[in-house]
Design a protein around this ligand. Structure first.
Ligand SMILES: Cc1cc2nc3c(=O)[nH]c(=O)nc-3n(C[C@H](O)[C@H](O)[C@H](O)COP(=O)(O)OP(=O)(O)OC[C@H]3O[C@@H](n4cnc5c(N)ncnc54)[C@H](O)[C@@H]3O)c2cc1C
Length: 439
């Protein structure tokens, strides 16, 4: 029943403006699922169509890399938003020393590479039939599907915190309006006010992100509202680059920034947006500005595609990034369970390239090689004070694990000139990566 509807719908929807008809393998062929065709490599048949859902750091990179590796592959990128707004450096926007316009990127250059853009939200995936549905009524068939939808907020995880509450207590964990809202709240706050940030338990997007944000807001308060205070309520006792952050806070923001770990009652159990109150097991914090970073999960389409497990994230094979739950569907970026790799734009970019190589090989009927992936996460503690953590990852026993001795963090006793050089490296990384992905 569903399949015949798919065929009916699919053929009529293929004249959609943004996606060229020849970009698609015929839905009727895909729906027929011919046993004779299914075992032959798709490229050998000259008809490979890869659909990528999500045009962020992972998805846009992967789409372009696929085209670079083999121009014959038809690639469609499905993305809801006409422009992408990047999270890295959005904390600098919140602190007032970068503009949101520098975070915006268009898909013009992606399309110029010969990638078909479907400017719509993907609403459903039928892995058996290898068909996806879009909110505008189109249905696309694929040989391989790459899911790169990033994260969604778990709106049901923190009592009191829903979409309406986020208008009062912004999360700003997806860049855009939420980023600007938090910025405005800080600007209008009186000197002497209290800013409270709640940081979630692992795993979540950008492990050092809450602490970079706290640092940069403290920088703003120190300069502009020095009688104010910032408290981080944390659902954890340890966090990324902790020693480096804490020693920088002691040096730069004494008396301004306080971190309350889980073991000291930092876990936020509910919030009240009417009074801007965050409740922990021990205390209530009434904030002038409340930045609630709530628990997260893979972007919703992952669950609808059947590739997310009970954790809300997507288990994958670490060599090909193919889902462990659905054949011919790959998951990259924040949505994936990538073992020891953190959920970062740097990592998403690396996973996307690895996945593209593997998908091309699979389409040719070849065996993908086991990859090595690099990640570096830079954080700013002040505009001219950068720190970083790096690692190299490889597949061991079905998991991405850090190569022993490969990584490390910035030295704890480095002079300010090194911190300043790392702040420049962070900016260089952002510029070169966004140029590679969107430029
Ligand atoms: C404050 C902050 C600071 C950060 N700083 C850094 C940093 O300095 N360095 C770093 O490496 N990382 C940083 N990160 C993390 C980084 O932003 C993410 O790890 C990265 O964006 C993940 O890439 P992604 O492609 O998986 O997801 P995203 O970049 O979020 O892209 C997902 C895309 O999928 C689209 N999408 C979702 N669902 C659908 C659907 N159903 N149909 C169509 N399109 C869909 C979305 O619109 C979006 O464009 C930071 C994050 C935050 C919040």
């Amino acid at each position: 029943m569903v399949r015949s509807a798919a065929v009916r719908h699919g053929l009529s929807a293929m004249s959609g403006k943004r996606v060229n008809r020849r970009q698609f393998v015929s839905v009727s062929v895909a729906a027929a699922g011919s046993a004779a065709l299914c075992c032959a490599p798709a490229i050998a048949q000259g008809s490979a169509h890869v659909v990528v859902i999500g045009g962020g750091f992972a998805g846009a990179t992967c789409a372009r890399q696929l085209k670079r590796l083999d121009r014959k592959i038809q690639v469609t990128l499905v993305e809801t938003n006409p422009t992408f707004i990047a999270c890295p450096f959005s904390n600098a926007v919140i602190a007032g020393f970068c503009d949101l316009s520098a975070q915006r990127f268009t898909y013009e250059k992606v399309a110029a590479d010969g990638i078909a853009l479907a400017a719509a939200r993907a609403t459903a995936v039928e892995p058996g039939a290898r068909i996806i549905s879009l909110a505008d009524g189109q249905r696309l068939s694929y040989d391989r599907l790459i899911l790169a939808p990033g994260i969604d907020i778990r709106w049901d995880a923190l009592p009191g915190y829903g979409e309406a509450a986020a208008e009062q207590m912004p999360h700003a964990w997806k860049a855009g309006e939420q980023t600007l809202l938090l910025r405005r709240q800080l600007e209008t706050m009186e000197d002497g006010g209290l800013v409270v940030i709640s940081a979630p338990a692992n795993p979540f997007r950008c492990p050092p992100g809450p602490y970079e944000r706290a640092s940069l807001i403290a920088h703003y308060l120190k300069a502009r509202k020095p009688r104010s205070k910032l408290i981080i309520l944390d659902a954890k006792d340890v966090f990324s680059k902790q020693r480096l952050f804490q020693s920088a806070w002691k040096e730069l923001y004494p008396g301004i920034l306080e971190w309350v770990p889980l073991s000291s009652g930092g876990n936020v159990t509910s919030v009240d947006p009417n009074t801007n109150t965050l409740v922990t097991d021990f205390e209530k914090y009434r904030a002038n500005v409340a930045n609630v970073i709530p628990p997260q999960r893979a972007g919703g389409i992952a669950e609808r595609a059947g590739v997310a497990d009970v954790s809300g994230w997507c288990p994958i094979d670490p060599v090909t990034f193919e889902s462990r739950l659905q054949a011919n569907v790959h998951v990259i970026g924040d949505a994936a369970i990538a073992g020891a790799m953190p959920k970062s734009a740097f990592g998403a970019n690396a996973q996307a390239k690895t996945c593209a190589v593997a998908v091309v090989k699979l389409l040719r009927g070849e065996t993908p090689l086991s990859p090595k992936l690099i990640n570096t996460c830079y954080s700013l503690v002040a505009p001219d004070y950068g720190i970083s953590i790096a690692g190299v990852y490889h597949a061991v026993d079905g998991q991405l694990t850090e190569v022993p001795g490969s990584g490390g963090v910035s030295p704890s006793d480095a002079p300010r000139s090194t911190r300043s050089a790392e702040a420049n490296l962070a900016e260089d990384w952002f510029r070169t990566t966004t140029a590679e992905v969107f430029g």
